[in-house]
Design a binder for this molecule. Structure first.
Ligand code: CA
Length: 332
């Protein structure tokens, strides 16, 4: 495949702290050779592992963005053994707009991997992350929350992996992050995500879900800040051992299949029966879907298809047919 057209003013081989930009081509009516600038921070010192921490993959998820901005301001070369690469606003145009999807090409950046150097803005940027940044990495973590549409219990997330050694290393890193939950999940469409691409490259990698609703949750921010430093300690980039949160060690849980999701069968307004974090039973009411177009029709009752913890709940009131309104987790 062709080389990336993305350039940068940071030198990844240089020791010390560098604050620079990725320059990504963006042709416009009034600027055919226009570019978008994406902040990047590299802190390197001596021989050691490389870890890439990313946030702002989705622009409406804030705990990770703020955590990496804080790290970018405070991390000093003397603290580090190896190399830390930070992208606090990886998909910067979506971050600046406070949106999940790209305001440039309309794409979900986390469905653009492994990318394409001849593709759209998001595909070009994904190809750079995959072909230039990931090959340098021993560890990667992509910090997510639930965005405008969903609210999710704070969790470090990995996929179920075929290689037992990689699964063990992934769970160890998630436990080190130290969110209340370490989650092994099946997603609706994991293939084109950054996490799946890092896994394909044999990198020990995680994502996370750290709240949602399009807001910055202060409690989840504390969890994210502790977690980010914990994974740097776990990787051996910072000294010391990971700190356990006040809620104790992470609870290992799983979402084994899509039967643990409740999907809306119709457009409408979602009225949930339970708050996020409730223990729920298979067959119990999950809530009601109100059909605004027909006052004569009863609201549609929906039931849970599995026992477990209400891990993810619809946050926005309005839903469309096919949207998940609840996701249930069980202990691993
Ligand atoms: Ca997300």
């Amino acid at each position: 495949m062709a080389a990336s057209p993305v350039s940068t003013d940071v030198d990844f081989s240089k020791p010390g702290r560098q604050v620079g930009r990725l320059r990504v081509p963006r042709s416009r009516d009034d600027s055919g050779w226009g570019t978008e600038l994406i902040p990047i921070v590299v802190v390197a010192n001596g021989e050691g592992p490389t870890i890439l921490l990313t946030a702002g993959n989705h622009g409406d998820e804030y705990e990770g963005q703020v955590t990496l901005l804080d790290l970018a301001r405070t991390l000093q070369p003397g603290d580090v053994t190896g190399r830390v690469i930070l992208l606090p606003a990886m998909h910067y145009p979506a971050c600046a707009a406070g949106k999940r999807l790209s305001p440039i090409d309309g794409k979900d950046f986390n469905r653009c991997f492994p990318g394409d150097p001849f593709g759209t803005f998001g595909q070009v940027l994904a190809h750079y992350v995959d072909s230039v940044l990931l090959p340098m990495c021993d560890f990667q973590m992509d910090l997510h929350s639930g965005g405008t549409g969903m609210d999710i219990l704070p969790s470090a997330c990995g996929h179920a992996l075929d290689d037992p050694e990689m699964m063990r290393r992934t769970l160890d890193m998630a436990d080190a992050f130290g969110a209340p939950i370490t989650m092994v999940l099946v997603e609706v469409n994991a293939g084109p995500t950054l996490l799946a691409q890092a896994e394909r490259r044999g990198i020990v990698a995680l994502s996370s879900e750290l709240g949602g609703g399009g807001r910055l949750n202060p409690e989840n921010l504390v969890i994210t800040q502790r977690g980010a430093r914990n994974v740097l300690r776990h990787a051996g980039v910072l000294t010391g051992t990971p700190q356990v949160g006040p809620y104790g060690p992470s609870r290992r849980m799983t979402i084994p299949d899509l039967a643990h999701y409740v999907f809306a069968p119709h457009d409408g307004i979602w009225e949930a029966a339970d708050p996020l974090g409730a223990m729920v039973a298979k067959g119990a009411p999950a809530g009601r879907l109100h059909l605004t177009e027909d006052p004569d029709r009863h609201a549609i009752p929906l039931n849970y298809a599995a026992d477990g913890l209400l891990w993810c709940a619809r946050f926005a009131g309005r839903v469309r047919a096919g949207d998940p309104v609840a996701v249930i987790a069980r202990d691993l």
